[in-house]
Write a protein that binds this ligand. Sequence first.
Ligand code: E4P
Length: 217
Amino acid sequence: MKLFIDSGNLKDIQALADTGIIDGVTTNPSLLAKEPGDHRDILKKICEMVKGPVSGEVTATDLAGMLQQGRDLAAIDAHMVVKVPLTRDGIRACKALSSEGIRVNVTLCFSAAQALLAAKAGAAFVSPFVGRLDDIGSTGMDLIREVVEIYRNYPFKTEVLVASCRNPIHVVEAARLGAGVATCPPSVIDQLFNHPLTSIGLEKFLKDWEKAQNVKA
Ligand code: E4P
């Protein structure tokens, strides 16, 4: 499973890209609004850092606006993926941009029916938001199970990109279900590294080693 960073923060992205385990980045208007500077410059720098798919989202809600912004975002760098919302015009924009060879990530997906439409429109990625479903008392991972099952029945090229991941359990479940990608905020990726027994075990190994060196000296 690919692991993407869900952030627009260059420092956080660079720190995680340096670990060598990052395959791409997703951003959204809320994330980029928090960062100083022009969004196109930020996206270009992210593309140079990760050299993998980087999603930048359109803010237009009509077809013509989405197409214009989508083409503009795609022109930033060859790694750019254009994010469009799962609306009627978003699906039309997905179809048009995909047929021009632009990779599209259809975002704000909350049902299997919506995910089916994204695949039919030629999306490179569909982003079901698991955390936001959990927030309203649904089980986000049930949606991932359904979408993965549906996509396996057909030769769709669309990858299931598990979005709105809030904890390591979301990531592990996404991998168990065979999703193509999980995108996580830096804090969640940091948590993936940690286990208390690793820290305790390492401390003990090093203490024993040091003790033995003192005895041998
Ligand atoms: C994905 O592309 C979205 O940017 C993101 O995962 C949304 O996460 P949130 O629900 O935690 O804001």
